[in-house]
Structures are given as C-alpha cells and as structure tokens.
Design a protein around this ligand. Structure first.
Ligand SMILES: [Zn+2]
Length: 210
C-alpha cells in the first residue's frame, strides 16, 4: 500500500494519501489545503482518487475538500454529527483570520463500523467523539495503521475546548475504541509525528489512570 503524508495549510494538518499498488485506487484523508500538492502526489503514483474522507469538520481538515472533490470527482465522506461545524466554516475561518473556503458537499455519512476499501485493503471507521461530535478514526488492520484525526496525538489528546468538544467523551472514545487495538498499530495523528498504540498506552500522560 502506498501511503504518503503531506502536512498542509497554516496548521500543518497531516493529509494522508493511501493508494493500492495493483488497482491504483486511492483514498485521500483530510485534504485541508494545498490541493495542488496533494494532486501532484496522486498523479506521481498514477492513482485515481475513489474517496475523500474527513476525520472531522475543522477547517484545517476539511478546507480543501470541495476543491479536491471537483478535481477528482470522488465522493466526500464525513460523520453527520459534524454537519453544523461544516456549515459554519465562516466562523472557523474568522478564528484563524483566514478567508472562508467553499464548504464541501458531503456525499455519504461515515458511521461507526462502516468499512471502506482501498483495493483489497479494509478501512474500518471508528466513531470517536470528543474533539468534535463527528470525529472518526480510520483503522486499517491489514496495514497495522490508524489515522487518528485530532483525537489522539503522540503524548497528547485532542483539545476539547472548542464548540462540540467534550473532555470526558474524548477519553472514553480513546479508551473504548483506540486503546484495545493491537499495540503495534502505528498511529498517524492529524498533526505532528506518528506514534503507536502501545507507546501511548504507556507514556501518554492524559491517559493515565484509565
Ligand atoms: Zn480539529
């Protein structure tokens, strides 16, 4: 499986591009900005984007999704609980002092337990509310990878002080949905460096006493 990670935009959101080596099908996660660079990577590998997945509707993760959709014709997947955040990109843009991007038209709701395919590889959707109500993580058991959005970070967890955030809920989501995954699972957070489930179980201060 091809996996490229591009930190995009002012907040350096990690956009992931997964591509199947035989079918050349690709999944793009969180195209927050810099769509031209993402499309360059897609073209360099000779991939066709089949789906655009949004881990949550914060502007740094969803800001470029409509542009990406127009360029590729691929459907956009997002959990419906983030619909209000998606509709209010103008407010989010004002927090960051940036221009409001066009809101992405969502084609399908991403629900807990949903399964997407990149070629023959399974991508399992885990609904992990807390950072936002519609936050999801993507678990790829065959690859031993987890795309964690802004739910779990190396040595940290997602902030819960923004509208839709809930501190107790994010801990419950991490404890119930992420910590039971195999320890060796490599975690790709929405920002910053990758880690593993095992490492966070052991060293993440925010998860102590759980
Ligand atoms: Zn976020």
């Amino acid at each position: 499986m091809i996996h490229e990670i591009l930190p995009v935009g002012v907040l350096q959101c990690n956009c992931s591009i997964f591509g199947d080596e035989s079918t050349r099908e690709a999944l793009v996660v969180d195209p927050g900005d810099e769509i031209e660079s993402i499309l360059e990577v897609v073209a360099r590998h000779g991939l066709t984007v089949k789906a655009i997945v949004i881990t949550h509707a914060h502007i740094d993760h969803i800001g470029g999704a409509q542009k990406m959709k127009r360029a590729t014709g691929a459907p956009v997947y997002m959990n419906a609980a983030d619909e209000e955040l998606r509709r209010r990109l103008d407010i989010q843009a004002s927090w960051l002092g940036m221009a409001t991007p066009e809101a992405a038209d969502v084609d399908a709701d991403l629900r807990d337990g949903d399964r997407l395919l990149v070629g023959a590889s399974e991508v399992n959707v885990l609904h992990t509310p807390g950072h936002t109500q519609g936050s999801v993580c993507l678990w790829m058991p065959g690859e031993g990878k987890l795309v964690a959005g802004d739910t779990l970070f190396r040595d940290s967890i997602g902030r819960t002080d923004l509208p839709g955030g809930d501190g107790r809920q994010i801990l419950r989501s991490i404890h119930e949905k992420l910590m039971p995954l195999p320890g060796g699972t490599v975690v790709f957070p929405g920002h910053g460096e990758s880690t593993t489930v095992e490492r966070e179980r052991e060293f993440n201060y925010f998860l102590r006493g759980m």
